[in-house]
Write a protein that binds this ligand. Structure first.
Ligand code: MN
Length: 244
């Protein structure tokens, strides 16, 4: 049995123009892969399969990273699509929502990033702002400069997030145009931008989910951001040694 915990990275399906015609690739950005490796885990990519197979898939992993990507279908949180909502993938939504719920049911630790955080909020019963715009001068959609920190977040000191980062205030990147509107029942916001945008949440009394709106994998050269991956892998290692 390998000593290192195995960390599933949820795939971002993308169409690729192969020589034989367009095909779908189940992709994972190098930054998620490298952040997991650097923190001592073995990354595996979890392709978007039939949700019925998600529980079986989870038998192979000790932790999960829910990755970034397109917008969640508004119908999943009882809204009609706004013009700004784009890049919706219902098959990915169904897979991701099942993955998040099934992982938490099994006490498998999850780090949910950007879209991953939005999926987690919807999967647990919350809703989303379909387009945050530039509220109060805080620019949340920085487009191509994701390796730069662009806005401040304040962090709840008594949180798993603060423990992972070792900070209660820091600058983060911001590559999102949607955000949490109504928090899911049982969740609690643990980080906010200066305009009040929720930048992270956890579940009351449950240490297995840390959800962040920014992209720590793009800031992994900063030790505090890499702390999020170290925390995930440390909890995955505990689960592994308990023989889950
Ligand atoms: Mn932001």
């Amino acid at each position: 049995m390998p000593a290192k915990p195995i960390i599933g990275i949820s795939a971002y399906p993308k169409t690729y123009e192969a020589a034989t015609g367009p095909t779908l690739l189940h992709t994972a950005s190098r930054y998620y892969v490298e952040a997991v490796e650097r923190a001592g885990g073995i990354p595996v990519v979890l392709p978007v399969v039939d949700p019925d197979d998600v529980p079986g898939m989870l038998e192979a992993v000790d932790g999960v990273v829910m990755t970034g990507g397109g917008d969640v279908q508004p119908s999943l949180y009882g809204a009609t699509p706004a013009p700004e909502t784009h890049n919706v993938d219902p098959r990915r939504d169904a897979f991701d929502m099942t993955l998040l719920r099934a992982a938490l049911d099994r006490d498998i630790p999850v780090l949910a990033i950007c879209r991953g955080m939005q999926v987690a909020n919807v999967a647990l019963g919350g809703t989303l702002v379909q387009d945050v715009g530039d509220v109060s001068g805080v620019r949340h959609d920085q487009h191509k400069h994701g390796h730069e920190a662009v806005h401040r977040v304040k962090i709840e000191p008594d949180s798993h997030l603060a423990e992972a980062l070792g900070e209660t205030e820091l600058d983060v990147n911001s590559i999102h145009h949607q955000a949490v509107l109504e928090a899911a029942p049982g969740s609690r916001a643990v980080a906010w931008a200066d305009d009040g945008t929720v930048e992270a949440f956890e579940i009351e009394g449950n240490r297995h989910l840390v959800a962040v709106q920014w992209h720590p994998e793009l800031l992994q050269d900063l030790p505090e951001q890499q702390g999020l991956f170290r925390q995930l892998i440390s909890r995955a290692a505990e689960l592994r040694s308990a023989g889950h």
